[in-house]
Design a protein around this ligand. Structure first.
Ligand code: NAP
Length: 289
């Protein structure tokens, strides 16, 4: 990709830090400035070679940036767009990494004078860890990154942001923000809420935890994700998620009814269908996970 002279990463955590490290490794960025709330996280990011310098003032930081990456929890995007809108230079391109896309695009449209150079993105890669210390350059290798441009998005900005996500190792897919939010509600947001619910249902002081093994650990890994980040995702995609919770409740009710009726046939049918669907998904996409 063509060189980025000054990249500003607003939110130098797992995702923002990993993009910075991967772009540095690809040799396509001259200077990286971090922006965040806590000095400790930003100082750590400098120490780890993720950013060259940092600023707590978004307006000042973005003034001479040619590329801005917003990688804060999604509900914070509104105030980030509000802060940076008046300071962006004319040619600056903005992208983000938010896990919900319609909400972020609404925030951008509310504050940016010109949304044509904002290209929304969601890298489908991550871990349950947070902060700059969790960042690593390989995070996006061979992973998908979904871009959700709309009719206002400038072709040149789309090409540049596509090149950025490809430079960090991602395969870029384009879809509408609405489709993105619906699909991700199914395969990411619902499983996270279910994991939080399962752990809470077992109860944090319950003696049962002592006997939990690998299956419980695998199923609940994502319940260790950042509560702040997931509160924001849940609120910013609530309609789609409620829909998926209804579908899960219907599935659970069918299992509950089968148990009440001692109906082994229904249980077997449900378990077989789930195993088959998961096995075929792994056969097709497993190597890329
Ligand atoms: P993270 O590790 O917690 O990093 C978030 C960063 O944002 C932190 O450096 C935090 O630093 C900063 N921050 C938080 N609130 C802020 C605010 N109001 N203003 C400025 N900075 C703020 O989270 P992450 O996992 O990198 O997630 C970042 C974004 O990527 C989120 O939108 C998330 O939905 C998305 N995403 C996450 C994953 C994943 O698996 N983790 C995957 C794909 C996309 P301070 O606390 O010091 O401000």
């Amino acid at each position: 990709m063509s060189n980025i002279e000054h990249l500003v990463v607003i939110g130098t955590g797992l995702i923002g830090g990993s993009v910075a490290l991967a772009l540095r490794r690809a040799g396509c960025v001259e200077r990286i400035t971090g922006v965040g709330r806590s000095a400790a996280n930003l100082e750590e990011a400098v120490r780890l070679g993720i950013i060259d310098d940092f600023d707590h003032d978004i307006k000042k930081a973005v003034a001479d940036a040619d590329m801005v990456l917003i990688a804060v929890p999604v509900a914070a995007c509104d105030s980030v767009f509000q802060s940076l809108a008046s300071s962006l230079s004319a040619g600056a391109i903005v992208t983000d990494a938010g896990s919900t896309k319609q909400s972020v695009m609404i925030s951008a449209a509310k504050y940016l004078k010109d949304v044509s150079r904002f290209v929304p993105a969601h890298p489908i890669a991550g871990t349950e860890h947070s902060g700059s210390a969790a960042a690593f350059a390989e995070l996006f290798e061979d992973r998908m990154c979904i871009l959700t441009p709309n009719e206002k998005t400038e072709a040149k900005a789309l090409a540049k942001v596509t090149a950025l996500w490809q430079a960090v190792g991602s395969h870029v897919e384009v879809m509408s923000a609405r489709e993105h939010d619906d699909v991700l509600a199914s395969v990411s947001h619902l499983p996270h809420l279910a994991a939080f619910a399962i752990v809470n249902a077992v109860g944090k002081n319950d003696a049962a935890f002592r006997f939990a093994a690998g299956g419980f650990r695998d199923f609940t890994r994502i319940a260790s994700s950042s509560p702040e980040m997931w509160r924001d995702i849940a609120l910013c995609n609530s309609l789609a998620i409620v829909d998926k919770i209804d579908a899960l409740q219907a599935e659970l009710k069918a299992l509950r009814d089968a148990l009440n009726d001692s109906d082994g046939d229904v249980l077997l049918e449900k378990f077989k269908a789930a195993k088959q669907a998961r096995d075929s998904w792994l056969d097709e996409y497993g190597e890329k996970l």
